[in-house]
Design a protein around this ligand. Structure first.
Ligand code: MN
Length: 303
């Protein structure tokens, strides 16, 4: 099942190029959730609600996904975690680059030593919101990443059990302003964590550690890789993250970007594709400009 959030905080089930409104389920789930719960109420309720949501979607008339505004598929993650260096070729490219600012932080060589970093929840946007460039004079780059959406609370999760803790997957853009500041600062600019276009539930992705991810910018192929080349695979990332943090439903993990990261500027269109998930188009714009009306029209290209 593909679940999206759209327009003004509505919940939808995506089938083909249509979205079926199931906001009534979201309303009921949220009404019975405690305000002080940790995690996202809808993601936490999915196992209990899935059959009913599917029934509701079957009865709801669809509307074209191109006519809705797509938001982040998770409304309230307690945290967004990210792997700093998780593909060998990306570590190599960052070491050899000569175009970075002199004082720029480079990719640490070892994820075990570097650990996982956090991106501010306030930086999360959906595809239709676009990416506002706050510092156009600095080097800003795209990083496409598979995103894991956690489905249930867990701490010290053993690698072998990782699938029990995954609600689904989405595509992520870990947008990055290069420079000397801490990662959590320069990767948490408003709009610098794009998640979308929807969440694909875990049952539709048999093996998250062998799927192809691709990023084009203005029709230029910039990044392509297979998640089988992840240094820490999805299971190890969950084990590692949960050895420091308790994970909660709706928490997201950006799994790291492969080689090919490169500069973006206002006016660019990023087209990201991940096998089993789909394709999303995201506009880059100047921070002061209003969102582009046609931004983020998602084209589903299912594999
Ligand atoms: Mn990244």
């Amino acid at each position: 099942m593909k679940l999206c959030r759209f327009d003004e905080d509505r919940l939808g089930v995506v089938k083909g190029d249509m979205v079926h409104d199931v906001t009534a389920a979201q309303d009921e789930i949220r009404k019975s959730a405690r305000y002080d719960m940790k995690g996202d109420a809808v993601i936490a309720a999915l196992p209990a609600w899935r059959a009913r949501i599917e029934e509701m979607a079957a009865k709801a008339p669809g509307k074209p996904i191109s006519s809705v505004k797509l938001l982040s598929p998770v409304a309230r993650p307690t945290k967004a975690m990210a792997a700093p260096t998780n593909y060998k070729k990306h570590i190599e490219e960052m070491r050899s680059r000569t175009d970075l600012p002199k004082d720029a932080t480079r990719a640490p060589p070892n994820i075990e030593k570097a650990g996982i970093f956090l991106k501010a929840n306030s930086s999360i946007v959906g595809v239709s919101e676009g990416i506002p460039l706050r510092f156009p004079d600095r080097l800003n780059e795209h990083e496409i990443e598979l995103v894991i959406i956690i489905g249930k609370q867990g701490t010290d999760i053993p690698k072998a059990k990782f699938k029990d803790y995954i609600a689904g997957y989405a595509m992520g853009l870990d947008m990055t302003c290069r420079g000397s500041e801490d990662r959590s600062f320069r990767k948490s600019i408003d709009g610098y964590s794009v998640i979308g276009p929807w969440m694909v539930t875990a049952d539709e992705v048999a093996n998250p550690d062998d799927i192809v991810i691709t990023l084009h910018c203005n029709d230029d192929l910039r990044q392509t890789a297979d998640t089988k080349d992840l240094i820490y695979d999805c299971g190890r990332l969950i084990e590692f993250a949960s050895s420091f943090y308790t994970l909660y439903p709706g928490d997201v993990i950006f799994t790291g970007t492969p080689e090919g990261v490169s500069p973006i500027e206002a006016g660019d269109e990023i087209v990201a594709t991940i096998e089993k998930i789909g394709t999303m188009r995201v506009r880059v714009r100047a921070a002061e400009a209003a969102p582009v009306a046609e931004a983020g029209v998602a084209v589903s290209r299912m594999s």
